[in-house]
Design a protein. Structure first.
Length: 274
């Protein structure tokens, strides 16, 4: 079981997961098997706070419903995927704790609009298949600059001391227009170059993660920021706790998706290469 001890207090790990296709919720493949191995090293948290690429809106919001609905935020997939649910409870009282931690930044309570989207449940299906841990989602505020998200990550770090697992879900490289359906677990050269640059920065100095936005392959790898921003939260958490970032999984899907995953509190975990 992976734990980090800071000032004699055991705190929860934190994760950034490259989630890829929603079909990963149904499939048993190299990536979902790797997620299951990561899960074996997780203590059971009091709750999970998810920052998903798929709740990308014009405010910073937190779900506060007792029973969050499963959001099927995609189209063109098999009916079996739309039939899938993730009936984890919510934890409305976590909202007040988040508000206290991030002040003076404004946070909106979402009482009915959102729930648990596939950026969350496609991964949680493998990490916590019983859906018996409360799940709360934090939106990505699309109106804010990238620096805002790193700083918000820093502010949220103390939740880990209260038994909250923080799960950021996106993809470091995410260019759907460049997908190669024949490259199941392969990456294009430009995708690998940028992914490696991000990996080196996360291992060296995550507080300066935004340096990678000047990389020659940044615009091709990150044509829209929604899937990249969740990584910034893990970088912020690492900056606040001064922990070493661990590379949990390395791999690619369909040429233009990085499936690389990072963790905090995973000392000794051997990187899984797909």
């Amino acid at each position: 079981m992976c734990k980090t001890k800071i000032n004699s207090d055991i705190i929860m790990p934190a994760l950034f997961v490259g989630h890829g296709s929603p079909m990963n919720a149904l499939e048993e493949n190299e990536f979902t098997q790797a997620w299951q191995k990561v899960a074996q090293n997780l203590p059971k948290p009091k709750a999970i706070l998810v920052i998903s690429a798929h709740w990308y809106i014009d405010s910073t919001a937190v779900t506060v419903m007792e029973k969050p609905k499963t959001i099927h935020d995609f189209y063109g997939f098999p009916k079996s995927l739309f039939d899938m649910g993730y009936p984890a409870p919510g934890l409305p009282k976590l909202f007040d704790e988040i508000v206290d931690l991030v002040q003076p930044l404004p946070v909106v309570a979402d009482v009915e609009n959102w729930g648990i989207d596939h950026g969350a449940w496609s991964v949680l299906k493998h990490l916590f298949p019983k859906a018996d841990v409360p799940v709360v989602q934090l939106s990505i505020n699309a109106l804010k600059p990238l620096e805002y998200h790193v700083e918000l990550g820093r502010k949220l770090n103390k939740l880990r001391e209260k038994g909250i697992l923080i799960l950021a879900s996106g993809n470091v490289v995410h260019n759907l227009r460049k997908i190669n359906w024949n490259a199941k677990t392969q990456g294009e050269i430009w995708a690998k170059r940028f992914d490696k640059a991000v990996l080196n920065q996360m291992l060296d100095k995550p507080s300066e993660i935004l340096k990678v936005t000047g990389h020659p392959d940044y615009e091709l790898s990150v044509p829209t920021p929604d899937h990249f921003i969740p990584l910034l939260y893990l970088a912020g958490l690492a900056s606040a706790s001064n922990e070493q970032v661990n590379v949990l999984i390395e791999g690619y899907a369909l040429g233009s998706l990085s499936m690389t995953c990072y963790g905090l509190g995973f000392e000794g975990f051997k990187t899984i290469s797909v």
